[in-house]
Design a protein around this ligand. Sequence first.
Ligand SMILES: NC(=O)c1ccc[n+]([C@@H]2O[C@H](COP(=O)([O-])OP(=O)(O)OC[C@H]3O[C@@H](n4cnc5c(N)ncnc54)[C@H](OP(=O)(O)O)[C@@H]3O)[C@@H](O)[C@H]2O)c1
Length: 345
Amino acid sequence: MPERQSKAVFLKAYPQGMPSDADFEVRKRTVPAAGAGEMVCRTIWMSVDPYMRGRMRPDVKSYIPPFSLDEPLSGGAVAEVVESNIPDFSVGDVIVDFVGGWKEYYVSKGEQTQKVVPNLAPLPAWLGVLGMPGLTAWAGVTQIMKPKEGETLFVSGAAGAVGSVVCQLGKLRGARVVASAGSPEKIRWLKEEAGVDVALNYKDYKNAGELTKALGETAPKGVDCYFENVGGMHLEAALNCIAAGGRIALCGMISMYNNNEPEPGPPNLINLIGRGVMARGFIVSEYADKAMEFAAEVAPLVASGKIKFQQTEYDGLDKAPEAFLGLFRGDNAGKAVVRVGPDSV
Ligand SMILES: NC(=O)c1ccc[n+]([C@@H]2O[C@H](COP(=O)([O-])OP(=O)(O)OC[C@H]3O[C@@H](n4cnc5c(N)ncnc54)[C@H](OP(=O)(O)O)[C@@H]3O)[C@@H](O)[C@H]2O)c1
């Protein structure tokens, strides 16, 4: 089999503060033929995810190593196997993995690689509602917060890939869901499509005090469960309103990812003590062994339309940096994905 010329996106330098287009560069590289125990894959869709910003900080210790400046970026992808020396994978298989993003072709050893179930959902859904973000949402709801019928569940970043699934799983469990997102169109989708009880546009509130007032008015008996995607004033407002015995799933704090200096506060962490709150940080890989349980619940709900999802699509590998930057500007509704190549060639 021949070597292949493939475009891939590299980081030129580690970004300071909010990244910009100038931090990224598309370069050509040669992808070798598959060796023993390897396969070559062609990326069809790639995912951009907020955690990738953390991998652009070489100075910060994290659960996942920083990106190298000498290698292409990597991340979740739906791809087609075009050459295979791995018995479990054949040419033509469509797979989802965590390495094929940000490039057209790549060599894979087939680790953490799953075959896509044909015709269950559009291919990009395997990077969103049926993929890593969906499992994250499901784990936070079913393994950590466990909302009960009639309880109030507050979700920040609610119109995003993770938050939108949290809202709908909460509703399916009979919780009263209060969602927060940052545009009128996202608020409309949350109310009309995801079926949340209340949707707050956090941009209407200047500070944590104003958001606390709005949240307190909509949840007069307190917030029983809080799914944390954003941090900052959302966390402060949630802690002001948290009910006795509350459960918090600490999933992410995207409002802080581009900060150069640590943010002060929040000053109300002490509320966790007197109110007997269980707050639990988690990384989705902790629940990798629950992936079948997740799929058994969520895949039929997606297939029957009971769980709805949105995706914002960008066309072409060159658009990948723009898609990534959009995560921090609120440009994307639902899951952001980039089409890298056609479904079949
Ligand atoms: N723990 C884990 O294993 C795990 C796994 C996956 C994701 N996560 C975390 O979960 C969170 C959501 O991830 P996702 O993939 O679903 O992303 P996403 O919600 O699809 O995209 C990011 C959204 O965050 C909102 N946002 C960005 N900057 C903000 C700010 N300064 N203040 C308030 N909102 C802001 C924007 O929506 P608006 O228009 O509403 O502002 C944006 O659309 C992130 O914090 C991510 O790091 C954690």
